[in-house]
Design a protein around this ligand. Structure first.
Ligand code: ATP
Ligand code: MG
Length: 410
């Protein structure tokens, strides 16, 4: 029996994980520059948490969620996204009683039963950031700038930032009414899903990926005409802040997110570098009512999910710092104890060292050192051991780059 990985999952091999580690270390570095701190939450939660927050009628919950009943008859779901679990954890652990704002980030694998294709998997990875307790558009602007800085640090720069405001529940109620009326007069041109959405959650129609629906909805009323004064002001100030920081964006009044919990600001970073196909590499927005919805005291909040499986394909590999590998070869068997000691000292000093773990001849060790991409060779024979001196040779150029004596010189 030959086993294969489940559909929509991937094995990340050492050649890939080098890049993933770079995405993660860069993310952690940038997040901490903005005082975001790491949170880790469970891989699965009560399924009802997602139904409540992401929304019953969203594709994520209604079609894509991995739901299961455990042996104790609990209805659980593998996390399809990161925000709900973080909000649950923040409320359950009383973090909102601490000084606010609280800024949190995570690297989480997420699970959705999707039609797999390039950049779309059933297990995928998000770098998420959530900020609790900041109602001002300054927080929205800071988060958007942070994402830009993250992408910049990875050498990802050809994207479009799409921006919209979907208002508060009051603005949205009026807008949904207008959309419902619009849908009623075009009902025959809409797909089955949108006919249902028109009844249940008209805003969702704007997110439909069916081309004929997109064509009809081009003429739908714009949410921006339905914003209340407060939401309008918030959106205008956000734009002023972004402009002042040189952030280029496009307003897209059709932009809604696939999750129900958003209010006011929504945004997407879209990249067209996937064989000419546009894919969203980061998406987020404000969710001022979600904390209360999940049982916490009302608390404005906002966040983003950065799709690392897409970002990883765009990252400039030349930016990854490489620590050179040193190979310490033993010319004779007898110097092995000295080589082991030397390797230990070098490693303590922060160098990456490989030594001979086989019964290979010196020549075979050289071949191996080249095969594993070692940059430097230190050949130790009885003479080197006796004198306590050895040379460091660049394997690519063949040059002796330095001589070292004893361990003090490391
Ligand atoms: P899409 O419209 O592409 O399906 P979405 O609206 O479902 O995206 P979100 O729930 O906002 O996506 O998730 C945030 C980010 O996570 C997306 O912008 C994307 O980069 C990434 N993402 C979402 N689903 C997948 C997936 N199945 N495989 C890989 N990355 C994904
Ligand atoms: Mg999706």
């Amino acid at each position: 029996m030959n086993y294969q990985k489940p559909k929509g999952t991937r094995d990340l091999l050492p050649a890939d994980t080098r890049l993933w580690q770079f995405l993660e270390s860069t993310g952690k570095r940038i997040a901490s520059l903005y005082n975001y701190r790491e949170i880790r939450t469970p891989t699965f939660e009560e399924a009802s948490l997602y139904k409540r927050s992401v929304g019953d009628t969203s594709d994520i919950v209604s079609k894509e969620m991995y739901e299961f009943t455990d042996k104790g008859d609990r209805c659980l779901a593998l996390r399809p996204e990161g925000t709900a679990g973080v909000v649950r954890a923040v409320v359950e652990n009383g973090l909102l009683n601490d000084a606010l704002p609280q800024k949190l980030y995570y690297f989480s694998n997420c699970f959705r039963y999707e039609n797999t294709q390039k950049g779309r998997y059933r297990e995928f990875n998000q770098f998420g950031l959530e900020c609790f307790g900041a109602e001002n558009p300054e927080a929205d602007a800071e988060l958007i700038v942070l994402i830009g800085e993250y992408l910049r640090a990875l050498g990802v720069n050809k994207y479009t930032l799409l921006l919209n405001s979907i208002g508060c529940p009051e603005c949205r109620a009026r807008y949904n009414e207008a959309l419902r009326e619009f849908a009623a007069s075009h009902i025959d041109s809409l797909c089955g899903d949108c006919q249902r959405r028109a009844r249940e959650n008209p805003l969702r129609m704007l997110d439909c990926k069916v081309e004929s629906c997109q064509n009809v909805l081009k003429d739908a009323p714009s949410i921006l005409d339905y914003l209340c004064d407060e939401c309008k002001e918030h959106f205008e100030v956000l734009q002023r802040l972004l402009k002042a920081q040189g952030v280029v964006y496009q307003i897209n009044p059709r932009l809604v997110r696939g999750l129900d919990y958003y209010t006011k600001t929504v945004f997407e970073f879209e990249h067209d570098g996937f064989d000419g196909k546009k894919l969203t590499i980061a998406a987020g927005g404000r969710y001022d009512n979600l904390v209360a919805e999940i049982g916490g005291k009302p608390c404005p909040a906002l966040g983003v999910g950065i799709g690392l499986d897409r970002v990883v394909q765009l990252t400039d590999k030349a930016l990854i710092p490489v620590a050179p590998l040193y190979y310490i070869a033993n010319i004779t068997e007898s110097v092995m104890p000295f080589v082991i000691e030397l390797a230990k000292e070098y490693r303590r000093a922060g160098y990456s060292i490989e030594t001979n773990l086989t019964a290979r001849s010196f020549k075979a060790q050289l071949k191996y050192a080249n095969a594993i991409g070692a940059k430097y060779l230190i050949a130790i024979g009885e003479n080197e051991e006796k004198l306590g001196e050895w040379q460091i040779k660049d394997l690519e150029t063949g040059e002796i780059v330095s001589s070292a004596a004893n361990f003090e010189n490391l």
